[in-house]
Ligand binder design. Structure first.
Ligand code: GLY
Length: 404
């Protein structure tokens, strides 16, 4: 067991630890007891059905050993089930289990499970403690840290159908502990592993800017570290993987502490920088029938990480088209995506105007201006409010597979 501890240094009792490493899950039951104290008698585990049963069984036995009566509910994650209906279903099961205000919720799963379990914990009796045990690379380096919880909202659209606004209903509810056990990733599907690397690359692309704004430890070198260790990263070598997760959660923790509620609108950005690649990415992700490999249409739809990778390319190309950054920023990104096996082009995209329209419409539906994160140099991004349609279209045109 080799476990690293990273602090999310929020004020007061909202500070918590992110534990990263091989075998880290083994300490969860003991830490849960220490965190919630002797008054808690029950624990409710929301478990991802994709997680091997052995992890849940061992966790549950250890929790019983620390005097908890263990209740659980399994979820099969998808964007469709990340809904108010699932939120309600889990709440009802939690309520039926006799859960009280002092009893903790544990999320054991990927980002969707963590977001739902976190929102349930935020809402039940106005808030019970939650412990996040992420089981995908993506949720380890991004979703489990920082307290964003929630579900998607389905709205009727003008054409009589419906559309989904991602993560539109939720709460900030910081966990009491995050435990990222990299051993769990051994059973993770190859495609999910690569998709998680997109969020790591995203962190590399903002790291220099974060370092310049905030000082402290050497986050600025994240992009260089990834490039220097790319063989080990792609090969998922255990030591490299632990370091990758550790470096990425440390950067995420730093950004979250600087702007917990994502309230900074300054150009240099705060937490919103973590949305790099996501505004384009969300619009692309929701287009049906897109495959990460033009020769394999059966792989559609795109995974979140694949869409984020493509979204980052759009942002780089949009920025360099108006001279905000050098073209080499996008070239380096495309090369990095290629090395980790993520697409930087995609076939079958609708007109760029239509995609931009989709980006704008969702923001309007949510009552806001369009904020896009664009690179201004290597490892450095800024917020641009309501950029012109033409630069957004230039970005999208750059990822069309048909050009080649
Ligand atoms: N995933 C972006 C954030 O936590 O702010």
């Amino acid at each position: 067991v080799s476990v690293q501890s990273i602090g999310v240094d929020l004020s007061g009792d909202r500070a918590y630890e992110v534990r990263v490493g091989s075998g880290a899950l083994r300490g969860v039951a003991q830490s849960t007891r220490e965190i919630v104290g002797d008054r808690a008698s029950r624990v409710f585990v929301v478990v991802d059905s994709g997680v091997p049963a052995s992890h849940f069984d061992r966790l549950s036995q250890e929790l019983s050993g620390y005097g908890f009566s263990v209740h659980s509910c399994a979820l099969t994650p998808s964007e469709q089930m990340k809904s108010i209906e699932t939120f309600q279903k889990v709440l009802v099961e939690l309520g039926s289990s006799g859960h009280s205000r002092v009893d903790p919720v544990i999320a054991l799963g990927g980002g969707v499970v963590g977001d739902i379990a976190g929102f349930v914990a935020a809402s039940f009796q106005r808030g019970v403690p939650v412990i996040q045990c992420p089981t995908t690379l993506l949720s380890m380096v991004d979703a489990s840290v920082g307290g964003k919880t929630g579900v998607n909202l389905r709205l009727a659209d003008e054409g009589g159908g419906s559309k989904v606004l991602k993560n539109m209903v939720g709460a900030f509810h910081q966990p009491k502990l995050v435990v990222a056990d990299v051993d769990v990733l051994e059973s993770l599907d190859e495609r999910y592993r690569r998709a998680g690397l997109a969020e790591c690359i995203k962190h590399g692309m903002i790291a220099q800017g974060v370092q310049e704004q905030q000082g402290g430890s050497d986050h600025g070198g994240l992009l260089d570290w990834m490039i220097a260790n790319i063989e080990g990263v792609v090969g998922f070598e255990p030591d490299v993987l632990s370091e990758l997760v550790g470096r990425n959660t440390a950067l995420k923790a730093k950004v979250v502490v600087s702007d917990e509620l994502e309230s900074t609108d300054a150009r240099a950005g705060g937490r919103m920088l973590l949305n790099f690649g996501h505004t384009f990415g969300h619009a692309i992700e929701t287009i049906a029938g897109l495959s990460p490999d033009a020769t394999r249409p059966e792989l559609a739809p795109l995974h979140h990480g694949e869409a984020v990778g493509l979204g980052m390319v759009c942002a780089c190309r949009a920025a360099s088209s108006v001279g905000l950054c050098d073209q080499s920023v996008g070239d380096e990104l495309v090369e990095l995506l290629r090395r980790v096996g993520l697409p930087s082009r995609v076939g079958g995209l609708p007109d760029s105007d239509e995609i931009v329209e989709r980006m704008m419409r969702d923001k309007k539906a949510a009552g806001g201006a369009l904020r896009v994160i664009l690179p201004v140099g290597r490892g450095k991004c800024e917020i641009v409010i309501d950029p012109s349609v033409s630069i957004l279209c230039d970005g999208i045109d750059s990822i069309r597979a048909e050009k080649h």
